[in-house]
Write a protein that binds this ligand. Sequence first.
Ligand code: HEM
Length: 501
Amino acid sequence: MLEIFLTIFLGFILLVLFYSFWGRRRRNGEPPLIKGWIPFLGKALEFRENSQQFLTQLQKEHGDFFTVLIAGRYITFIMNPLLYPSVIKHGKQLDFHKFSDSAASRTFGYTPMSSGHFPGMSDRIQRTYTLLQGPALDSLTHSMMANLQHVLRHHFLFTENSGLWEKAELYEFCKSVMFQSTFNTLYGHLSYLHLDELREDFEKFDNFFPLLMARVPICFLGNTKAIREKLQRFFYPQRMAEWKSPCDFIQDRMSIFQQYDALQDRDKAAHHFAMLWASVGNTIPAAFWCLYHLMSCPEALAAVREEIMNVIGEKNMRSILQEDIVITRQQLEQMVYLESSVNESLRLSSVSMNIRMVQEDFCLRLDAQNSIGLRKDDIIALYPQSTHLDPEIYDEPQRFQFDRFVEDGKEKTDFYKCGQKVRYYRMPFGSGATQCPGRFFALNELKQFVCVTLLMCEMQLMDNQHEVSLDNSRAGLGIMPPANPIPFRFRKTLGGTEREE
Ligand code: HEM
């Protein structure tokens, strides 16, 4: 026994020595290299523990750019937003799609689109994204509005006795309302669809999502593979063919998949499942933060509530508990305080990392003073959370300030660092050509969710509860969920207005 232990221990020491002497070394012109002493893992554990703190510390020690070994990948972080434009405009040498195709296909279980079996499919899919924006957004907004009201009425506000408070947990409430409303808006309806079970499986899968993205093989993650297969089966073409009125975006994707004989039903289903994840994985925690911050800040809640009422008018306010009302995209655009509150919630909770894969060895000019050497297959990453929490750009960056993005009754877009205007000051949806194609729909959904909830329910956080904290395990992957339960109480409003106690 002792012999085995000694052999393993010596083997590990030899590996560490080999790695320190013969592993990667910094070349002339390359950014500072931080690789830690654990082969392959490098600094993965420190990054996972608290990425913002870890990267800010490295920035203090090494400056605005440096390369870190994280779980087998050399990632060059660019920490100063004034240097972002040079990365964002280098689309050819710094590619996003190859990285996302390989990460998404491995995570959701479909054959990579770059495998050569599906010529033109990736471009055709990219073109369908126009159906999440522009004129197509009108019908999505219309449908989402009806679905939100339906879910709230049938799942939460069905009791006759409207004066009674009911208790619930805030994240659970947001998950329940947003999952079903978004699913029905995108994929359509059918009475036998068991969305509660789908959501349960989705959440089980989602818990392992960070590990899958970190390239941990799915066979090491308990029953995650079986859950993923069950989720995929939900989207098999013969089942989806029966769903009523899926949106144009999903219909277009179905018909594209249909035209590729090489694409198995399992692959088609896995693509639909991936889109389900993209459409709710971040929107649900974002919905939580919007409501949580408003409920925690009476001044913000009053201002947003008043704005909603002014825009939609008294008649709509009175009838919303009895019948569906319509709030158009144009009306949502008029709600500047609501939009600012949503953007402020995203600023505080977003940890999306913008990733590009280096296509060839080359020298990237960052600005007049700085250039860095990059190696093929390395990753370059922008880490917007450091911008979102930069006290030079945002005064008291940790504080929720609902009107931070409003100036003279319009959206405020001027933010400065070192006396220079920052172009990329808020990036929850990524940047440049690869920005999230669902961002307009997502912002609309979040605004609708707040409008409908505030019009239909009075809501209060329970007294004496722990302050909410953020779940750091999703560093780099989108919107952080809350780490602890947040109990609250709600009851029906009196036709859109709160009752006087
Ligand atoms: C608050 C909600 C959301 C956030 C914070 C968010 C964030 C992001 C981010 C950061 C990316 C990667 C972009 C990049 O690295 O440059 C992305 C990609 C994507 N998002 Fe979103 N997203 C949200 C909602 C949605 C919704 C509602 C949909 C669809 C209905 C959607 C569909 C997609 C798709 C399809 C991609 C991949 C695009 C590609 O591979 O070209 N997202 N999202």
